[in-house]
Each structure stands twice: as C-alpha cells, then as structure tokens.
Write a protein that binds this ligand. Structure first.
Ligand code: ADP
Length: 259
C-alpha cells in the first residue's frame, strides 16, 4: 500500500490529483493498519483463555480421573474461561457490525424512568454499594432503541462498581438543558490517570490489564458504549482525579428529530 504517485507536472490540476491520490492512499493505509491491529488484538485476547482451557484439560486428562478435587477445579476454571470467550466474541460482533435495523427500532422513552430502573437493579445485584440518583427534571423524553440505552447504562454502571471497590458510592445524575441533556455517572474509586483519559475508549485499552482481567474485563466495554452513544449523535468523556473519583459524562442532543 506504500506506492505513491510523484508525477512531475506543472499544471495545478495534476498537482491537485496527485495530492488527493496520496491522501487517499494514506487513509487507506491507516485504515488497513487499524484493521490489522484489531485482528491482532482480538486474537491475542482469545489466545489467553484458550491456553488456560487447554492446560486444564491436560490436567484433567492426566490426574482428574483419580483426583476429584483437580477435576472440579479444572472444570470450573475452564467453564469461566469459556464464558470469557463467549463474552468476547459477542462484544467483537457488536463492535464490527453496523446494525441499521436496530437503529430503526427506536421509540420515545423517558430517560429518567430507564435510569431509575437500571439503578434499582444495580442496588439488588450490589447491596453493599450505595447508589444515589439526582435528576434535574421529572422526565426527559428521547428517541432511542431501549436495548441500546440499557446496554450503555450497564457498561458505565458496571465499570463504576468494578473500579470503586473501597467507598462503594455511586451517583447517577441527569441534567436537562434546552439543546441537550447529560447523564453523569460518578464513582469514588481508583480514578483514571490523566494520560489515559482519552485512550480508555480505544478497543482493548486497559489502564491496568491484570486488574481488569481479574474482574472479567476485556477492554471492549467503553468502545462499545462510545459507539452506541455516537449512533444517536451523542458524545462521551471522562473527568477524573486519581484515587478520588471518576465521572463519565454522556451528552445527547435534544432536537425535533429525537426528543
Ligand atoms: P474493561 O473491561 O477493562 O473494564 P472498558 O473498555 O470498560 O474495559 O474500560 C477500559 C479501561 O478504562 C478499564 O480497563 C479501566 O482501566 C478504565 N476505566 C473504565 N471505567 C473506569 C472507572 N469508572 N474508574 C476507573 N477506571 C475506569
């Protein structure tokens, strides 16, 4: 892909064509490299659980028939790793697929009700956490595929829980303005170092790989969340202080088309 055009010409038009061609080749090359990187990263992520399963199957084969403890432990680990592979494959499909049909399945939902019910389920799953909710208005009608909304709330609430294991205090807020509304989820956990704030939305990016893996993470959640938000012309970014708090701000535009 590294061929470049360098005609010697004196007409402006040909100069323009040469520059356009070279720019096009540059962006093709960049997109090719990104795809390549994606495939490499995905294969790498799949390799680890596969190797673990392989190791445990060998253990079962060698010792498991006579030792029920080894058999049970190795089976449990293999099942966990299979779950991990399953989740990864599901998420990879979600990331690579452009699903226009799902975008058509939008309905007007009250964002406030959806958030309250998501937070309620989080309270049930994590009774040791404190979940606070603050809304500036009683209702924010917005056109969205409910499944997408659920999915993205889950991604950010899950992360808040995963990375706030000490204070266990999570606030979910909504703030409605004339032209947009914000959903803000704030935890009081480990925070994100400033230099990582932008990168965390990249596929497979994790500030602390081993910590994320321990908690079942694969570094795809935020890139999926961002993609879902951008489907509705929204934006998302983090504000954080290491060791203090992490705040994610999700901003959706309100206009005649989608509110
Ligand atoms: P993972 O599966 O690793 O959680 P994500 O894509 O959801 O993947 O997040 C990417 C990385 O961003 C995480 O590994 C973590 O380092 C960082 N991160 C995300 N949310 C938070 C948070 N609320 N507090 C601290 N770090 C976070």
């Amino acid at each position: 892909v590294s061929e470049r055009l360098s005609l010697s010409t004196d007409t402006e038009e040909t100069d323009y064509m040469v520059t356009s061609f070279n720019n096009m080749m540059d962006s093709l090359e960049e997109s090719f490299n990104q795809q390549k990187q994606f495939v490499e990263d995905a294969s790498h992520e799949l390799r680890t659980p596969l190797q673990i399963i392989q190791g445990h199957l060998k253990l079962i084969n060698r010792w498991g028939k006579n030792d029920p403890k080894i058999l049970e432990e190795s089976l449990n680990i293999s099942i966990d790793e299979l779950h991990r592979i399953n989740k990864l494959v599901e998420e990879l499909l979600l990331l690579t697929k452009n699903n226009p049909r799902q975008l058509e399945e939008v309905e007007t939902v009250n964002i406030i009700d959806e958030i309250n019910s998501r937070v309620d389920s989080m309270r049930k799953i994590h009774p040791d956490y404190h979940f606070a909710v603050e809304h500036s208005h009683d209702s924010i009608p917005f056109k969205i595929n409910n499944h997408h909304l659920e999915q993205l709330l889950l991604i950010f609430l899950d992360n808040a829980v995963k990375y706030d294991t000490e204070y266990k205090y999570i606030i979910t807020k909504t703030e409605k303005h004339n032209e947009y509304f914000d959903i803000i989820i704030m935890d009081h956990g480990i925070g994100i170092p400033e230099e990582d704030l932008e990168n965390v939305f990249n596929r497979f990016y994790r500030v602390d790989k081993s910590r994320s893996r321990q908690q079942g993470g694969n570094g795809l959640g935020l890139s999926i969340g961002k993609k879902l938000i951008e489907n509705y012309k929204g934006k998302v970014w983090f504000e954080s202080e290491e060791g203090n708090f992490t705040k994610v701000i999700i901003r959706f535009p309100l206009n005649e088309g989608n509110s």
